[in-house]
Design a protein around this ligand. Structure first.
Ligand SMILES: [Zn+2]
Length: 456
C-alpha cells in the first residue's frame, strides 16, 4: 500500500513539474516570442548585428537606411552622419533601439500568425525626423560636440535630434575614443547622456517661485555682483542692482536666484524637480533616456543656491528637458516625444504611433507666466531677429563643468506660434557662453523646421 502511495505521489510530482514547465514555456513564449524571432542570430531579420529587415525613411519618404540585403545608408554623406545615432552602424558600436524595437512589425511577426508578412525583403518604417532639418542641424553644429533637438509639442513628433561628434558609416575613420575629437562618438547624446544644465535650470526655480510665492513677479532682490552666504559666496556675471524676477531671468542674475532659492528652501525646490519630472527618464519607442540628477541633501546654503542656479549636483537629459519646454509651451502639459511614426510590412499594416500626453505637470497660469518671462528673454536679450517669422521663448545657460574645460553652453525653449508648435534643447560642450554659442545654431535649425513645415 505504502509503495503504491509513494509511486502515485512521485507520478503526481512529475505531472506538476511538467505542467509547471509548460506554463513557464507558454508565459515565456507569450512575453518573448517577438524577441526570439528578431534575436540577433536570425538571418531572416538581421544581417550582421543590426536590424536587416526593411527600409527606413524620414518623414518625407527619403530613404535613410535600406537594410534588405547589405545595409545601405542614405545617398548623401551629411545625412548619413546626421542619422547614424538613430540607425546604428554596421558593427554594433552604435545601438539603434528605436529601429530594433519595431523589428517584429517590420518583419511582419505576431503571436497568432508567426512570420505572416515575411517576404524576404522586409517592411518599412517611417521616422518622424526630417532629413533636411537633420542636415541643417549637423551643419550648424560644425565641429562642436553636443546635441540639438526639436519636437512638436502638440503631436510629439521629434523633427530633429542630432548628436555630435559623428561619422560617416560608409567612410569610417580610424576612431580612437581617447582622441578628444571622437570623445563619446558612439553615444546618442540626446538620449544617452546628461548635462549640467546651468542657468536653463532657473526655469525650474522660477516655476517653483511662481507657484508657491505670493506675487512672485514683484519680488525684488539686490545684486552687487557677489552674494555672501553660509558655506561661501555666489558670484554673478554682472552687478545688476535691485531687480525683479523678470529682469533677473533676462539677465540670468545668479545673486537674485541665490536669494530666491534661499526663500524657496530645499524642500520646495526638490518638490518641483519631482513634480516637473526634470530628472525622470523619457520612455519612447523602446528607448529609456538617461536619468538626470538633483540632490540637495545635506547641502550648505551656498550649495543649495547653486542647485537653484543649475549647478552643484544638477544634471538633465536633453530629451527630458526638451519635453519640459513642451510642457511650458503647452500650458502645463505636452505630447510625449517619439521618433518612429509607423512600422509595418506595407501589405499587412503594423505599428502606427499614437499621440500620448505627459499629463498635467504644471499649473496653467504658472505655465503662462513662465512663457511670458521666457518671451521677454528673447525680445530683450537674445534677439527676435535671429528667428524670423517665429515667436520664440527661451532661456540660455552657461554651465561650469570644472577641469580645464570651457563651460557647456545650453539653450532651451519653444515657439509660441500655433502653426509652429516647436520645443527645443541645445547643448554644446566645451563652448563658452550659452546664448552666444547656441543661438546661431538654433537659428539655422528652427528656420529649417519652419521651411519644412511650410512645405508639408
Ligand atoms: Zn546679478
Amino acid at each position: 500500500m505504502n509503495r503504491v502511495a509513494n509511486r502515485s505521489s512521485i507520478a503526481l510530482l512529475l505531472a506538476v513539474i511538467l505542467l509547471g514547465g509548460m506554463c513557464l514555456f507558454l508565459a515565456e513564449y507569450l512575453l518573448n516570442a517577438g524577441d526570439w524571432v528578431i534575436f540577433e542570430g536570425n538571418p531572416h531579420v538581421y544581417n550582421g548585428v543590426n536590424i536587416g529587415c526593411g527600409v527606413i525613411t524620414d518623414r518625407s519618404g527619403e530613404v535613410l537606411l535600406s537594410a534588405t540585403e547589405k545595409r545601405s545608408y542614405a545617398d548623401d554623406a551629411s545625412l548619413r552622419k546626421a542619422t547614424i545615432h538613430w540607425l546604428g552602424d554596421r558593427y554594433g558600436y552604435i545601438s539603434a533601439p528605436a529601429v530594433t524595437h519595431y523589428a517584429p512589425d517590420m518583419a511582419g511577426f505576431d503571436l497568432l500568425n508567426g512570420l505572416y508578412g515575411y517576404s524576404g525583403t522586409g517592411g518599412e518604417a517611417e521616422m518622424t525626423i526630417s532629413g533636411e532639418v537633420q542636415r541643417a542641424a549637423l551643419e550648424a553644429m560644425g565641429k562642436k560636440k553636443g546635441t540639438v533637438a526639436v519636437y512638436n509639442y502638440r503631436t510629439g513628433e521629434i523633427l530633429c535630434a542630432v548628436s555630435t561628434p559623428t561619422y560617416d558609416p560608409d567612410n569610417v575613420p580610424d576612431i580612437d575614443e581617447d582622441d578628444e575629437k571622437y570623445e563619446g562618438i558612439y553615444l546618442n547624446r540626446f538620449t544617452q547622456t546628461t548635462y549640467v544644465p546651468g542657468s536653463v535650470f532657473k526655469l525650474v526655480t522660477t516655476a517653483a517661485a511662481l507657484d508657491t510665492l505670493k506675487n512672485a513677479e514683484d519680488i525684488e532682490f539686490r545684486c552687487d555682483g557677489v552674494y555672501e552666504m553660509s558655506g561661501g559666496k555666489v558670484k554673478c556675471t554682472g552687478e545688476h542692482g535691485t531687480i525683479d524676477l523678470k529682469k533677473a531671468l533676462q539677465k540670468s542674475c545668479n545673486c537674485y536666484f541665490a536669494q530666491l532659492t534661499e526663500v524657496l528652501g530645499a524642500d520646495t525646490l526638490e518638490k518641483y524637480v519631482n513634480k516637473l519630472q526634470i530628472t525622470e527618464p523619457v520612455r519612447f519607442d523602446g528607448i529609456t533616456t538617461a536619468r538626470g540628477s538633483f540632490s540637495v541633501e545635506g547641502a550648505s546654503a551656498q550649495q543649495l543656491a547653486w542647485a537653484g542656479i543649475g549647478q552643484y549636483l544638477d544634471t538633465v537629459n536633453p530629451c527630458r528637458y526638451m519635453t519640459f519646454m513642451g510642457v511650458i509651451a503647452g500650458g502645463g502639459e505636452a505630447a510625449q516625444p517619439y521618433i518612429v511614426a509607423s512600422a509595418g510590412t506595407g501589405m499587412f499594416g503594423g505599428y502606427e504611433a499614437q499621440k500620448s500626453s505627459t499629463g498635467r505637470l504644471l499649473d496653467k497660469d504658472t505655465a503662462a507666466a513662465l512663457a511670458k518671462l521666457m518671451r521677454n528673454n528673447v525680445k530683450k536679450q537674445y534677439g527676435d531677429d535671429n528667428f524670423p517669422g517665429l515667436t520664440v521663448c527661451a532661456k540660455s545657460g552657461t554651465a561650469e563643468v570644472g577641469g580645464d574645460k570651457k563651460p557647456n553652453a545650453t539653450f532651451a525653449g519653444f515657439c509660441a506660434d500655433e502653426e509652429y508648435p516647436l520645443a527645443f534643447f541645445v547643448a554644446v560642450e566645451d563652448a563658452g557662453a550659452g546664448a552666444k554659442t547656441c543661438v546661431p545654431i538654433l537659428s539655422e535649425v528652427l528656420a529649417a523646421c519652419k521651411e519644412m513645415m511650410d512645405s508639408e
